[in-house]
Write a protein of this length. Structure first.
Length: 484
């Protein structure tokens, strides 16, 4: 951002360029590379580490006030899609901190960025005083986003729910006094008090006083749309939105679009569906807010709106997870008044430096396009699920959910690096047990959806090898066999 010439360098520049710092970093990375290379396949716990590990897991549960979902404490080591736990066991990591570690474990390029970032004078950046890394990160994001949208500004934050809080405040202020929010059925937006009220998950707001006015809109439903015709389905949802606007005239500040639903079940929808709804929003003066916290980076374009050519519609966008630092992007028309957004921390140099490298690598690699890396991996995943279903058709009955005959048509779905499949008819109990059985066998996956429930993967496609898919599915098959 601030280019130093050798004639005009700060002391900080001289430290970063110091040969001894470079030699030190190179030596750490060399050691890391050779240790990481020792990890080549999954393995069981090291006998002498089992007991202390179990004690550490029990203590972690006590500290949290409830047991961990998986008995997982990492050792700090791994190799690509393989991660070592503190008991010496190694597993395939197909969920990556719910989508954060897209470049896997022990990626030396990201660790190099982190090492250089860690020798700055302070760890945290704030709104009042900040070093260059925060703006380099924001610049990288806005440069990418502005190619196909009107987004030009960026406010940084330390978590996805906070990025969403900022997005909501921007929409409220622009459309004051409108105070209602439209969201989709099955959406997830994070766990602050407000986001827990917007998200379509009653369990996430148990006991919270409800003080946000939310209207739920049906998401695209493949089966229903096929049955009644796509156009009639879309017209029905548009009519629903129109009736909400008629009921609460000029009271909606925004409509939140998750263009590929994450927690809700990796649900997709065609462009026509979003266009019809976004046109209603534009006509009604309702902000279009695109929540890309889960989708960012991992589909077959960097932004989900690019995959559907919707960039012109977007007023506000939130992103996080694989970006390591979180952000709210907005157009000049939505630039809020001073005082609305601030906070002591915006993030850490390490997060911004790593996030910037993540964006550069996504941009400069073969990640995107119809035959890009993410699309190719998705095809391998689909192939593995189909082969598994062909070997075990009884593991893949039609969903017996309450919403039988609606929802997702296929046992396998998602897009790019968002992958889901639906064993055991999507029954909650068996899908959750299957996740645990897979974990015990050596592959970490998670679930998503609500009736039907799916097995979900957010794998480290930035580094995963295509030839690893059969190895991963061998373990998945052993896990599912324990439940079947
Ligand atoms: C679509 C979406 N929005 C918001 C969030 C909340 O992000 P965070 O957990 O970083 O607060 C998530 C997290 O899963 C998400 O998937």
């Amino acid at each position: 951002m601030i280019q130093a010439s050798s004639a005009a360098m700060t002391v900080g520049d001289r430290l970063r360029q110091s040969p001894s710092v470079h030699t030190g970093v190179a030596s750490i990375l060399g050691e890391l590379r050779s240790r990481s290379a020792e990890i080549r396949d999954i393995r069981a716990a090291t006998p002498g580490l089992r007991e202390p590990y179990e004690a550490a897991i029990a203590r972690a549960g006590e500290l949290r006030g409830r047991g961990l979902y998986y008995p997982y404490i990492g050792s700090g080591m791994g190799n690509g899609a393989l991660v070592e736990l503190a008991d010496g066991s190694v597993k395939w990591d197909m969920i990556c901190g719910i989508g954060v570690h897209f470049f896997g474990h022990c990626d030396t390029d990201l660790i190099e960025a982190a090492l250089f970032a860690s020798i700055e004078d302070v760890v945290k950046h704030g709104n009042l005083q900040t070093n260059a890394a925060a703006f380099q990160f924001a610049d990288a994001l806005v440069t990418e986003a502005s190619r196909e949208s009107r987004l030009r500004h960026c406010f940084l934050s330390t978590g996805g729910a906070l990025a969403n809080e900022n997005a909501l405040k921007i929409c409220y202020q622009k459309h004051a006094p409108a105070s209602r929010v439209m969201v989709f059925k099955d959406c997830f937006m994070g766990r602050t008090n407000t986001m827990a009220q917007l998200g379509d998950g009653p369990a996430y707001r148990q006991g919270l006083p409800l003080n946000v006015s939310v209207d739920y809109v049906p998401f695209y439903d493949e089966i229903a749309a096929e049955r009644m015709g796509q156009k009639r389905f879309i017209d029905m949802v548009v009519a629903h939105v129109a009736s909400l606007i008629e009921r609460y005239p000029r009271q909606h500040a925004c409509f939140v679009f998750e263009l590929l639903q994450g927690e809700g079940g990796f649900n997709t929808a065609p462009r026509e569906f979003f266009v019809a709804l976004m046109d209603v929003c534009k006509a009604g003066g309702i902000a279009i807010w695109d929540d890309e916290i889960q989708t960012f980076g991992r589909l077959d374009r960097m932004f989900a709106y690019e995959t559907l050519d919707l960039g012109d519609y977007i007023d506000v966008l939130s992103l996080g997870k694989m970006s390591h630092a979180c952000a709210t992007l907005f157009t000049p028309e939505y630039n809020p008044k001073s005082g609305l957004l601030s906070g002591t921390f915006t993030g850490e140099t390490v997060s911004f430096a790593v996030g910037t490298r993540v964006i550069e690598r996504l941009r400069d690699s073969d990640a995107y396009g119809a035959d890009g890396r993410h699309a190719r991996h998705h095809r391998h995943f689909v192939e593995q699920v189909r082969a598994l279903a062909a070997r075990h058709p009884d593991w893949f009955p039609a969903p017996k959910s309450a919403l039988l005959q609606t929802g997702a048509k296929d046992i396998v779905g998602g897009r790019g690096g968002m992958m889901r499949f639906t064993p055991f008819g999507g029954e909650k109990d068996r899908v959750l047990k299957a996740c645990h059985a897979c974990y015990d066998e050596g592959v970490i996956v998670f679930y998503c959806g609500h009736d039907p429930y799916h097995l979900r993967m957010l794998p480290p496609l930035g580094v995963m090898r295509e030839e690893d898919w059969p190895r991963v599915f061998e373990v998945v098959e052993r896990g599912l066999a324990r439940i079947a």
